[in-house]
Ligand binder design. Structure first.
Ligand code: SIN
Ligand code: MN
Length: 222
């Protein structure tokens, strides 16, 4: 009998739905560790990492933003639901990384080269955190969302554009994985159903928990 341990099996690149692409192991361990160091500096920035409140209830995920501050359900330059401070700027290196990500995911060169995300939501999940099924629809632009994961693996549910239910795919997102969703999948419901503790690889920079970065294009000016 072969014991199948999903966290140890190499994963294949996959397209769970049109224009949604999972590229396993895209970031090297050194790149992951470098991003984790940036994460620590962002959390010490003008706007501390916090659990956003949705209809009076704190989310289990904690979020720090770049470029634009996200609060349910809008983007602002000042974190008016935290401390009123202006959010950190969106770093140029992340725009370049976003372009490379679209290229890697197989998006047309013209689209990849022109990609200019201006907001990042950087989420931290401890082992008990979850994210319910939702659409990313606070942006006015339908440019693709680029998602990067570091630390513990999670079960990521990627569904359809109509409702929170089936059909959906349960994907394993591991440290270093890239996931891109745009085009026909841009408004697909998605969520994180479970974090898998003790799965963060040595050298990724994070001992426990999971960081996820999503880059978005808000379509907002000013
Ligand atoms: C999100 O939906 O904003 C985050 C997804 C993830 O953590 O993988
Ligand atoms: Mn989302």
């Amino acid at each position: 009998m072969t014991l199948f341990i999903p966290d140890l099996e190499p994963q294949e690149r996959s397209t769970p739905s049109p224009d949604a692409v999972l590229v396993p192991g895209w970031l090297t361990l050194d790149q992951q560790a470098w991003i984790v160091r940036q994460f620590h500096s962002w959390t010490q920035g003008p706007v501390p990492i916090r659990a956003a409140k949705v209809r009076g209830h704190e989310m289990s995920v904690r979020t720090v933003c770049l470029g634009w501050h996200w609060q349910p359900y809008k983007y602002t330059r000042e974190a008016t639901d935290v401390n009123g401070a202006r959010v950190l700027p969106f770093p140029d290196w992340m725009i370049r990384l976003g372009r490379r990500a679209l290229h890697e995911a197989g998006y047309p060169e013209t689209e990849a080269g022109a990609y200019t995300p201006d907001a990042a939501l950087v989420n931290y999940y401890d082992e008990n955190a979850r994210l319910g099924m939702h659409q990313d629809r606070d942006e006015r632009s339908l440019a693709p969302v680029v998602s990067l994961s570091i630390g513990d693996s999670c079960t990521f549910r990627f569904g359809n554009t109509e409702n929170r239910g089936k059909p959906y795919a349960n994907l394993l997102l591991r440290s270093g994985d890239l996931f891109v969703f745009g085009g026909a999948s841009r408004l697909a419901y998605h969520g994180v159903t479970r974090i898998h503790p003790l799965t963060a690889p040595d050298g990724c920079g994070l001992d426990s928990g999971r960081i996820n970065i999503t880059m978005r294009t808000t379509g907002l000016a000013g």
